[in-house]
Design a protein around this ligand. Structure first.
Ligand code: ATP
Ligand code: MG
Length: 362
């Protein structure tokens, strides 16, 4: 899958960009503040329905405008069919998405149309940050593999919310608490099964990706499901009864899951250098892309913000050649054109020079 055409209107300092995109490498270089990350942010908006920089899209709309629009022409690898995907944030603050002119109801529909991976200066948080980041990473993968996952996930979120709302009440209705608990248990268990299966399938892909990069060691992924697995979840909730009422929240369950990422048997975040951590994040995301391709028969799109600042010369080359082997389309930004000298000699590409929000094809 790749974007063959991209139109951006009023995203930050990008007032109007209409351009074709290369199916393989797209390089965007330009000075600080010229609009490179905004270019990637626009594609991310199209594929995720949100920004990776700010929760509030008001900040993302150009200061002199009252709405933003991004649209793209998508070409599927397998069928070569083309689709027009578009998103808009209206002056009234509504978010609208369309596929071939028909409205899409949820962000999940956008995500399944345009599977994309972002790696930017904050990506090290996948290892160094809290478990939420790793659950989101995991759920991206499960979502693209298990078609029922969105429904399951929504039911789980709703039930958990109802149980937590009840726990926040001064006087607990014990019958109702039993009902929500009984509903929550099979949902947690199903989510756990899906996530565990996905993670075990991903491990093979991860080993391959890691071996393509020098100096990472033996990486392993261990899933923590969110409770003590030696006991049934029903027993855990029975034992947690007083604690959950005291803390007014559900202490255990799929919402507390995590992935323990180890290198040579030691916690990766504690033992690797920052550069090695970034490299491992690349390996994890490339492994996801490889798994997605194997499963869906499609490649996903990569957004790599300021790649030259993230990795050394040798590892940059290894990442790019992995992306090429996977048949991924990628958009790479950087300040200096000369950082891409080797890439442009070996890889079919399109290069953009970004200047004050205008993307000139180089
Ligand atoms: N809502 C907005 N309206 C207009 N301009 C904005 C808005 N939000 C941010 N900007 C400006 O857009 C410009 C582009 O920002 P962006 O982060 O895309 O630059 P960049 O090329 O990635 O820079 P760097 O190399 O420093 O990362 C900045 O000058 C920023 O001040
Ligand atoms: Mg930037």
């Amino acid at each position: 899958m790749h974007l063959s055409q991209l139109d951006i209107f009023q995203v930050r300092n990008l007032k109007s960009i209409r351009t074709s995109c290369h199916p393989q490498a797209n390089i965007i270089y330009g000075a600080n503040g010229s609009g490179k990350t905004s270019f990637l942010e626009s594609i991310y908006l199209l594929g995720r329905g949100r920004s990776f920089r700010h929760r509030d899209l008001r900040v993302v709309v150009n200061n002199d405008a009252d709405e933003l629009v991004v649209s793209g022409r998508l070409l599927r690898d397998q069928t070569s069919t083309a689709h027009q995907l578009g998103i808009k944030r209206t002056p009234k603050g509504l978010f609208e998405a369309r596929l071939d002119g028909k409205p899409l109801q949820t962000a999940a529909q956008l995500v399944s149309e345009l599977p994309l991976q972002l790696i930017d200066a904050h990506s090290f948080m996948l290892l160094e940050g809290g478990p939420l980041q790793r659950r989101q990473f995991l759920d991206w993968g499960v979502f693209h593999v298990e078609h029922d996952y969105t429904n399951l996930w929504r039911r789980f979120q709703k039930t958990l919310k109802q149980r937590n709302q009840l726990l926040r009440h001064g006087r607990i209705d014990e019958d109702l608490l039993r009902t929500w608990t009984a509903e929550l248990i099979p949902l947690c268990e199903q989510i756990t099964r899906f996530r565990r299966e996905y993670l075990s399938a991903l491990s093979g892909q991860l080993n391959q990706a890691v071996s393509a990069f020098e100096g990472l060691g033996q990486v392993s992924l261990e899933y923590y499901c969110g409770w003590d697995e030696e006991r049934s979840l029903a027993d855990v909730y029975a034992a947690d009864h007083g604690r959950d009422i005291g803390t007014k929240t559900t202490s255990h369950g799929a919402h507390r899951a995590d992935i323990r990422i180890k290198v040579d048997g030691q916690t990766a975040a504690d033992h690797l250098s920052r550069g090695q951590i970034k490299l491992l994040v690349y390996a994890l995301k490339l492994a996801q892309a490889a798994h997605y391709r194997e499963h869906a028969g499609e490649s996903c799109l990569f957004l790599l913000d300021d790649l030259p600042a993230e990795l050394d010369y040798q590892h940059r080359g290894q990442v790019v050649s992995y992306l090429n082997d996977l048949g991924c389309q990628y958009f790479i930004t950087g300040v200096d054109k000369k950082d891409f000298e080797d890439l442009v000699q070996t890889v079919p590409h399109q290069m953009f020079h970004m200047e004050h929000g205008v993307a000139l094809v180089d």
